[in-house]
Design a binder for this molecule. Structure first.
Ligand code: AQP
Length: 350
């Protein structure tokens, strides 16, 4: 809940977001997050994009690949950032673990957040599954670390997919509670989520009620950013539709057809055409017409990104250079803010 009695935050507008290095990026990550990261560079706001490797280790090493692979997965996400169009001169690109203040602020926030707030997070329940007792404490407090990631830079806006909405609300609650408890009303901004827009919620190609996800055991459920054109065409061809007939005549006809709605939404997000325009274009046509057309727009959009990604990954030393430079620039913003937090909390020597 936003505290309407607190003064409005008067600091600069700043964007922060991150993606976990836990496997290949998929179309949901791209449309829900990465594409927005790129588009936001057109604003005058400062843009900071992190590879959140400390979040990756909240699950067991066999889930995220283990210590031999983590650094290389971090490089892969940084390369995907660059390939999608994030300009390392314009934006800061860095690995979360390279800026130690993230975990330091997370501890302070662990003492600000209330158990009841964190217990309400549905993603923990989804990820922990039936055996929550065996989940790591880190997985439980993951949203608190996420609040620290954002507020360590006093970020005012956070581009994320719809699945992160609840975590963003927790970050807002933590910012307000810190400001109130320590009597520093304008210290942290209350960050705004940037969720709306095409691609905020891309669903599995096999089940229109489940989000597209890296951890889905079926590779046919998602389009990976590194998939080649044949694989994309094959996955779209095999995408589940429904027995309710051909493409609807109008947008209302998408109701109760989650798989079809998802495919139309993907077409719209990738091509830049509105959902209404896509439905009008294919009204009454069979999926034998629509699916190849969808595969074609996807390949046209993704193929240049995939090609750039492969080129960038041929020079990992350059990716490391970008990450080192980004870490220095991120630290330069984070360190004085963390110093202020130490003084505000009253730690010795601060
Ligand atoms: N299906 C999706 N549609 C739209 N946006 C999505 N995002 C993820 N899935 C979708 C957005 O991608 C950003 C980075 O996500 P992440 O890698 O940090 O973690 P995640 O949300 O846990 O991604 P996955 O693929 O679902 O991973 P697993 O399977 O490990 O849980 C976020 O902004 C997210 O909203």
């Amino acid at each position: 809940m936003t505290d309407t009695t607190a003064p409005a935050y008067s600091g600069p507008k700043r964007i922060f977001s991150g993606i976990q290095p836990t496997g290949n990026l998929h179309l949901g990550n791209y449309l829900g997050a990465l594409k927005k990261f790129v588009d936001l560079q057109a604003t005058e706001w400062e843009t900071i994009y992190c590879v959140v490797d400390q979040h990756a280790i909240t699950q067991a090493p066999d889930v995220w690949g283990g210590p031999e692979l983590l650094a290389s997965y971090t490089r892969q996400i940084a390369a995907a950032y660059l390939a999608a169009g994030i300009d390392p001169k314009r934006s800061i690109i860095f690995a979360q673990s390279a800026v130690r203040e993230h975990t330091e602020l997370a501890w302070v926030f662990n003492c600000v957040a209330r158990m009841g707030w964190v217990e309400r997070m549905t993603q923990f329940k989804d990820k922990a599954g039936k055996d929550a007792e065996r989940a790591s404490v880190g997985l439980f407090t993951y949203p608190v670390l996420m609040a620290a990631d954002i507020l360590l830079y006093k970020a005012t806006h956070v581009p994320v997919g719809d699945d992160q909405k609840q975590h963003l609300e927790l970050s807002r609650d933590i910012a307000e509670r810190f400001n109130r408890d320590f009597n520093v009303p304008d210290f942290f901004p209350v960050p705004e989520p940037l969720i709306k827009g095409p691609g905020a919620r891309i669903m599995s190609l096999k089940d229109g009620t489940k989000k597209m996800s890296k951890s889905d055991p079926s590779d046919l459920s998602r389009i990976n950013l590194v998939d080649d054109s044949d694989t994309i065409a094959k996955k779209i061809k095999k995408a589940t539709t429904d027995p309710l007939g051909p493409m609807p005549e109008d947008v209302k006809g998408l109701e109760g057809r989650p798989e079809v709605e998802n495919l139309v939404g993907i077409y719209s997000a990738v091509s830049g055409e509105s959902v209404e325009a896509v439905v009008a274009k294919y009204a009454g046509q069979g999926f034998g017409v629509f699916k190849p057309a969808l595969a074609e727009v996807m390949v046209a959009h993704l193929a240049p990104i995939t090609a750039r990604y492969r080129e960038i990954m041929d020079d990992p030393a350059e990716v490391d250079r970008v990450l080192r430079d980004g870490a220095d620039r991120a630290r330069a913003i984070a360190a004085p803010i963390m110093d202020e937090v130490r003084r505000t909390v009253g730690f010795w020597g601060a």
